[in-house]
Design a protein around this ligand. Structure first.
Ligand code: XMP
Length: 310
């Protein structure tokens, strides 16, 4: 693929489509939405407003980091706190697809409101080919796919959705992001799902359970970073496991550590993590998060498993 040609073609396409109207870019800080945001910013400049929805399901310090990285690129990011709305929508939901749909509906409700409040006519989002294939193929409901349920955002919310990267897979998006001069910390970034840490909490998503998985995820990322896996993270199960603390029984949380190698996330293999790193991970997670009594390393590929648990 010729990245420069792709960029030139997309810039032209975005300019023609949006014209002199206003647009909102849905930035999450991942490589897809970052590349998309820079493209749209180059195409329409000040007519683009960049919004980061803080859904409470992000990794440690994510909103602040994203704002800083984009400030260095000369792009202002508005952070909208919608944590309560997302937690409310997820409350009492245990089924994975129900949780995904609740996330998706809240995502479009919040963005729809922002688009209308800003008198914009377009929402620019970083959907890529794998998101569409996995949703249409019936694997899971990705947060950014509306067609599957027949919602036409123009009729439903009064705006159009633009997806400049929808024909590309992850390796191509990384190349486009690099060609757009995004920093390496973005174009080499591990994928992080739209519904965030909610995909890593089995069972009900609550602020407390998200906080636990956030801490564990940070430890996993720090300890496994040197191996440069495609994706590595922690998962919180809904079952508990008996443990022992100061000679007494303790019924605690179970955390799964997952690390995979993949090209495009359509298939994946578990990372061959050295034993020393695994034992260190277990020690850190159980010491730094006292509620956890057990840590396990996942060895399933995709298929038969998917990468995320939810
Ligand atoms: P699965 O779990 O389906 O994940 O094997 C494949 C890749 O997609 C990411 N993922 C998502 N990304 N919205 C996204 O933007 C979503 O709803 C979503 N669900 C999964 C996942 O992290 C992995 O890289």
């Amino acid at each position: 693929m010729d990245e420069q040609k792709f960029i030139e073609d997309k810039l032209e396409e975005i300019k023609v489509t949006i014209g002199s109207e206003k647009a909102i870019s849905a930035l999450s800080g991942g490589v897809d939405s970052s590349a998309c945001t820079v493209l749209a910013h180059k195409a329409i400049g000040p007519n683009l407003k960049v919004i980061f929805i803080d859904d409470g399901l992000m990794r440690e310090k994510e909103p602040e980091d994203v704002r800083e990285i984009f400030a260095d690129l000369g792009i202002t990011v508005d952070i909208i706190n919608a944590q309560d709305e997302f937690f409310h929508a997820l409350k009492g939901k245990f089924d994975p697809e129900e949780k995904r749909k609740a996330f998706r509906d809240t995502f479009y409700t919040v963005f729809g409101r922002e688009v209308l409040q800003n008198e914009a006519r377009f929402l620019v989002q970083g959907t890529i080919a794998a998101d569409i294939i996995e949703t249409k193929g019936g694997v899971k409901t990705q947060h950014n796919i509306l067609e599957q349920i027949g919602i036409d955002p123009e009729k439903g919310f009064g705006f159009k959705v633009i997806e400049p990267l929808k024909e590309l897979f992850k390796p191509q998006v990384r190349k486009v992001a690099e060609a757009l001069s995004l920093p390496e910390s973005i174009y080499q970034r591990m994928p992080f799902p739209g519904p965030g840490l909610a995909t890593r909490v089995v069972g009900e998503v609550t602020p407390e359970r998200i906080s636990l998985v956030r801490k564990a995820t940070q430890i996993v990322e720090e300890e496994i970073e040197s191996l440069k896996p495609f994706q590595a993270f922690a998962v919180l199960l809904s079952d508990k496991g008996t443990g022992v603390e100061e000679g007494k029984r303790k019924f605690g949380e179970i955390v799964i550590v997952r690390s995979v190698e993949s090209k495009d996330a359509m298939t994946a293999e578990p990372t061959n993590v050295p034993w020393e790193i695994l034992t260190n991970l277990c020690r850190r997670i159980t010491n730094e998060i006292p509620d956890v009594t057990r840590v396990a390393y996942e060895i399933t590929g995709k298929p038969p498993a998917t990468i995320e648990y939810v």
